[in-house]
Design a binder for this molecule. Sequence first.
Ligand SMILES: [Fe+2]
Length: 365
Amino acid sequence: MEWIFHNPVKIFAKPGGIQQLPAILAGRTCILVTFAEAQEIGLLDRVRAMLGAQLVRVIQDVQPNPDVDWLGPLYDSVQREQADVPCIVALGGGSVIDTAKALMCRTPTGRFDELLASLQAGEILPAGAHRALIAVPTTAGTGSEVTPWATIWDRRAGRKHSLHQPWTWPEAAVLDAELMLSLPGGTTLASGLDALSHALESIWNVNRNPVSTGLAVTAARRIMNVLPALMRDTANLALRAEMAEAAVLAGLAFSNTKTALAHSLSYEITLQHGVVHGIACSFSLPRVLELALGADAAADEALLSIFETASRDVAVARLQTFLHELGVETDPAHYGVGADQWDQMMRHAAQGPRGRNFIRAGVHA
Ligand SMILES: [Fe+2]
């Protein structure tokens, strides 16, 4: 069997590790992309004090799931006003890092329309013109700090765009669990389940390899151990650090496989029913696990080892119980999707780009 595993992101992990930002930037100027509450919790002031004149612009009005209507004007103004700034620092969750990845890209005319058109056409932009990205995640789950892709939404058109260039990897990821201590319970849960979903999706995936599967099995076991404990004690730094580490292992796993059927299903559920990503991509995991088991002996072995059983039924039941105990409903009806609509959604999702990564080809509900 032939395979390649590649991930060029330098990972720094340390509570308080955000202090290393000036050393990582090494004199380069940067644009900071962050979330609105960074101001309220004093994080923005800390970063301003740390970076001084190296920080030339702060973008702090990032909305969940960045949309073309908001991102377009922002992109155009950054290309116009900060054309020479070589770095972007993303301090926040998945939407912040996704926004930063779009701002990494430089198109020949510096216009967002051109970026969008090239994404739609599946074109590769010229290498070498991009800005460097330093990702400092404040949630544990998206894995975006170790992957080269981002999702850009277009709600008016009811669709999403995938940004993915050979050079849209962050240069560095700083895992600082102290930044996650104030994360609300709901976001902690959704991002933790997103990470679990990344781990499982990289196993039931046609692009899997022994390294991605090894990382994913470790990640899934650790997430299933730590997430319930963390939900009971969200101010516990050791649990936060454990969750951050498990999430980055899941991120590394799916950085080489992309996601599969559960994520393909989630996009429609997020767009049509407004369900947050981490829940939209995880409530269906037991159903997808049921479909995945039996497709491939090595994948079965990896999946069953996570649930510590030799029985497919027990594995599915354990995953379902795990989600239920965290308060996550696994019935699509709870998310406003009726049985008929679910079957149709499943067929549609299986044909999408991520759905085609699913280990069982041509799956139908
Ligand atoms: Fe995800």
